[in-house]
Design a protein around this ligand. Sequence first.
Ligand SMILES: C[S@@+](CC[C@H](N)C(=O)[O-])C[C@H]1O[C@@H](n2cnc3c(N)ncnc32)[C@H](O)[C@@H]1O
Length: 365
Amino acid sequence: MYTIVRYPETKNNSLKPWSAADELLLERVNEQNLSGKNIVVFNDRFGYLSVNLNSFEPWIITGYRSQEKALERNFKINGLDIEPGHIIRLPEPPPGKIDIALIRIPKSIELFRLFLYLTHEKSDENTEVICSFMTKYFSPQILKTAELFFEYVEQSKAKKKARLLILKNPKELKTEIKLTEQVTWKNITLKQYSGVFSSSRIDFATRFLLENFRVNVNEKRILDLAAGNGIIGYYILKEYKKQNLPQPELHLLDDSVLAVKSAEMNLPSKCFFHYNDTLEDLKENYFDLIITNPPFHFEHEINTEISINLFKESFAKLKPGGRFVLVFNRHLAGKYKPVLKALFQKITLVADSPKYMILECRKQK
Ligand SMILES: C[S@@+](CC[C@H](N)C(=O)[O-])C[C@H]1O[C@@H](n2cnc3c(N)ncnc32)[C@H](O)[C@@H]1O
């Protein structure tokens, strides 16, 4: 029996480090003779599958820095080492032919499509793909997407409200599968990898933020926090250019590797791109402006602890007199405002709508 913990830690006891869908996957894969098999694991959030299968040296496909930290932590507390080179970051494909792929189906169907694309590329008639999901999250799109890539698509019976989807026999792909998409808003067109936040359109909260945000000539060091495809940073650079202001030093940070790679496609290479789930690598008292549409859920979980930690870290990284600007859904005001009030000396409501609020928080000079 291994110990598996969550990273980041949570005070919410209802949030668990694995689910019945993970257990069902493991049960099914353990029925097989795994020795010498090339096993690939997708979307193993905290490492339950990878730790339990460690003796078979699986390839672990990661999409988040927080996931990588969770894996490192869980291998370590169980006295194990991750096989060197066996962490593969999206959208890199796993090496070699796949015998068994294990996929925890993500919330984003676009991300599931990317997982299946990478798996399909390395599959043959002997490959088995075992996917799992909690039945409450089933959507017909899951089956449709699986059928794009595999001839054989079969669902198992439900157990503890979880189900498996078994895929075999890779199809010959008739149409080109695109791994990136374009999103357009006003006269801005950005590229992003499948599965990055708000696929196919710029998020409504972000639009509201940008429609109400004013640049400040004196702000020279800016952080677009939880940057996604980099839309906020992109917009700010455009505004500086429009007003003939010298270009600021722009940093963009996101926990998702596909988000950071998308931002890299959209912004000039002289920007600073950070693949991280915390601000630990950034300097204290450094930024004039930190701006964000912060995350408040991860996959199907709602968790404001993550955004609240980012607020606290932002305060430390702002210069005295610097400002923290954020947009959020009104229903989160009760959770966010007390934390912000405890940190910042002055808080101004920039704009609000029936759905969203924008606050500007000043750090004391
Ligand atoms: C609401 S989206 C905003 C994305 C983008 N700024 C926009 O406006 O379209 C939040 C982003 O936070 C990222 N994220 C989640 N947890 C994070 C963390 N701990 N640190 C940094 N980014 C995180 C997600 O990957 C996602 O891209």
